[in-house]
Design a protein around this ligand. Sequence first.
Ligand code: PLP
Length: 382
Amino acid sequence: MSQQTPRIYLSPPHMSGKEQEYIRDAFASNWIAPLGPHVDAFETEMCQYLGCRKTLALSSGTAAIHLALRYLGAGPGDTVFCSSLTFIGSANPILYLGAEPVFVDSEPDSWNMSPEALQKAFDWAVAIGRLPKAVIVVDLYGQSARMDPLLAICNNYGVPVVEDAAEALGATYKGNNCGTMGKFGIFSFNGNKIITTSGGGMLVSDDAEAIEKAWFWATQARDPEPWYQHSEMGYNYRLSNIIAAIGRAQLQVLDERVATKRRVFDKYEQALNGLPGVGFISEPRDTRCNRWLTVITIDPDLTSVRPVEVIKALGSENIEARPVWKPMHLQPLFSGCEYFTHGSTSVCDGLFSSGLCLPSGSSMTEEQQDRVIECIIRFLGD
Ligand SMILES: *Cc1c(COP(=O)(O)O)cnc(C)c1O
């Protein structure tokens, strides 16, 4: 039966309709290249939206983190602190540079980096006489981290912050846009993000010189000579003009997408709050979440139903749901890396085992969301 009903995806791309027009323009002008007027305009429009000085359009969010960490001098023998509860794209660039990740736990309210755990990590760094080159603070699921206390700690040690806002475009902390509060911010336009170009990313900063250097590395580090001369290692990381055309049309509907995602969350909360063991990620005071994904927790002390079982049950109804990101300190890739917890136990281990991401597409219809809700109530309700 369920194979007949169309699949409900977690967060599918949601085009505005204007993308084709911009793409046609890119073709008409024959700017079929990793540069061109749409790239420039996309960068300018992101600057205007975010209120930051400089942006650099790139082929992915991961590339943006790579360039930021390289600029901050991370290399062999260095450490970089990073939120443990995140997607691997936050942490892989640390390895690209031969540096060593040190993972930091979440705090229960925002699910993001715990200031207490960060302080512990710095106490350790001071004790071994090696401060990190950077701290990667993630704004997970579109919820801002507690930036004020985190920045205060980092400033205290003179260590710059890279704000990984890949999932948090359109979210705010005390009126500031997520991604603009550190030395660098990064965004992703991967297929499942709140706005998408099919794939892409952005590096942002108020430091024009830093963005200039990142641009140089991202375009194969070509020296300013009439011939092709290279003194430094570079990458091919620029965004294509066609892809940027899609981004421009998507950016115009970002605020609408945030509003829709927030409505999706509210509907889930009204319908599911009160089911045994079900909890919702909170929206701490002074923050506005973009609700990229609605994530619930299922408390193992209050129900015997586990998130994996709910995922399976939804799957059999042709509905996609997923576990919360598996923390980096639990990844085989990072076994042996240092990890600092919020309290005496790890908060993000608990979020991983109890968390469940629900279909949250901005193009999901009321009827589709009703189907998801009915299925969860059927499974968890008794
Ligand atoms: C998606 C994502 C990235 C990586 O972005 P890509 O564009 O896929 O390289 C990094 N960090 C987080 C938290 C993400 O969700």
